[in-house]
Design a protein around this ligand. Structure first.
Ligand SMILES: [Zn+2]
Length: 383
């Protein structure tokens, strides 16, 4: 079967105008051809591109859709999540997870980086409909809790490791939640995992996080008091968070920094030189929902950062759609073109999740999924 379109984006760039995709009935790429009319061709107006990669989501929070007020700032958001996340029945949570999962499939997402504090998503992984990288999150701000926190995460990790992959990828690793919720000791334990594990961390999602590391003042101090979290061992570094906690992470792991809403030039330069395989995951709609602010994407781009896209959870977003995130970036940064945006949403995301061998680009033998984006930006997954 041969497909053509006004434009075909192969995960890296737009291909020449007369390019044809030859695929088999299951969507495996048989050939990428330039020109020539060979058999019957199905033509699409608009763009064809590989399936989207959602590098950061929390499917287990799907039941919090619409429950948390917008634009109140991160510490307020976190307190609302803590207060609300267990106020729902198991049936309500399951229903919401299943609905969100189907929404992602409908939105052309073929691979997911999913944060897990529980094993709630085991049954969704079993469906074998998405490629999964589950990030089992470890939380513990007091250094003396590090071993215990890591142990809790390991028990959940073992449940995910016990699943046998079928056609789709199943990967998992233990990751730190955020700079304001882990100790240096816990970061070092997490870094001791084998080098093939992917590390992801919420990074500089609020100005408060930088203030905490700089001077141990600001909204996080009230947050710790409100939640009864012991912060006596924490010492301010006089710097932003990233160059402070980043030194406790190994530079050997593929590392994904998520949000980066308040990352400054020095932070970006530090991380770009420290980590060998570094990805900057943007979740702009969640940033607008929580902080009403976007990262400096021009600065990241100009620094040569490898950018990828996440949706975050339905607790902080109205939908789980990579395309909706791209549209927001395009609205606020119109100078960043679709050729670039689609690379972030496909090939870069696949690399961040170490899945570029099977998805993320139109290459012979891959089955990356095919998304059709119409001229009005409506879109549908074809394969
Ligand atoms: Zn998140």
């Amino acid at each position: 079967m041969f497909l053509s379109a006004d434009k075909i984006h192969n995960g890296h760039q737009f291909l020449p105008e007369n390019t044809l995709l030859e695929i088999d009935e299951s969507g495996v790429i048989v050939a990428v051809l330039e020109g020539g009319t060979i058999g019957e061709i199905q033509h699409f107006e608009g763009i064809l591109c590989p399936g989207f990669v959602n590098v950061h989501c929390h499917l287990e929070l799907s039941h919090l859709k619409g429950a948390i007020s917008e634009k109140t700032g991160l510490t307020s958001f976190l307190q609302q999540v803590v207060g609300l996340r267990n106020q729902f029945s198991e049936e309500q949570k399951l229903w919401a997870r299943n609905k969100a999962f189907q929404e992602m499939l409908d939105n052309g997402i073929v691979a997911l980086g999913d944060i897990a504090n529980t094993s709630d998503t085991l049954s969704l992984r079993e469906k074998d409909m998405l490629h999964w990288q589950t990030f089992v999150e470890s939380i513990g701000f007091a250094p003396e809790r590090a071993a215990h926190s890591f142990d809790i995460a390991q028990k959940i990790l073992i449940e995910f490791e016990g699943q046998i992959p079928q056609e789709k990828t199943l990967q998992q690793s233990i990751v730190p939640h955020a700079p304001y919720s882990v100790s240096a000791d816990l970061l070092q334990l997490i870094s001791s995992q084998s080098a093939d594990k992917i590390i992801s961390i919420h990074n500089q999602e609020s100005a408060a996080e930088n203030e905490l590391y700089d001077s141990k003042t600001g909204p996080f101090i009230e947050f710790y008091t409100a939640l009864g979290i012991d912060n006596t061992s924490f010492v301010a570094s006089g710097q932003n968070s990233l160059p402070s906690y980043g030194n406790h992470l190994s530079d050997l792991h593929t590392t994904i920094l998520v949000h980066n809403t308040f990352s400054e030039k020095e932070d970006i330069d530090f991380a770009q030189s420290k980590f060998e395989q570094l990805f900057w995951c943007l979740c702009p709609n969640a940033n607008l929902y929580i902080e009403n602010r976007l990262p400096n994407i021009n600065l990241l781009f100009d620094s040569g950062a490898s950018i990828c896209i996440g949706t975050d959870s339905l607790a902080s977003n109205h939908q789980l759609s990579v395309m909706a995130e791209l549209e927001t970036i395009h609205q606020f940064y119109p100078q960043i073109g679709w050729e670039q945006l689609l690379q972030w949403a496909t090939y870069n995301g696949a690399c961040a999740l170490q899945m570029q061998q099977s998805i993320g680009s139109f290459e012979v033998g891959k089955r990356p999924g095919i998304v059709h984006i119409k001229n009005d930006y409506s879109f549908q997954k074809l394969y």
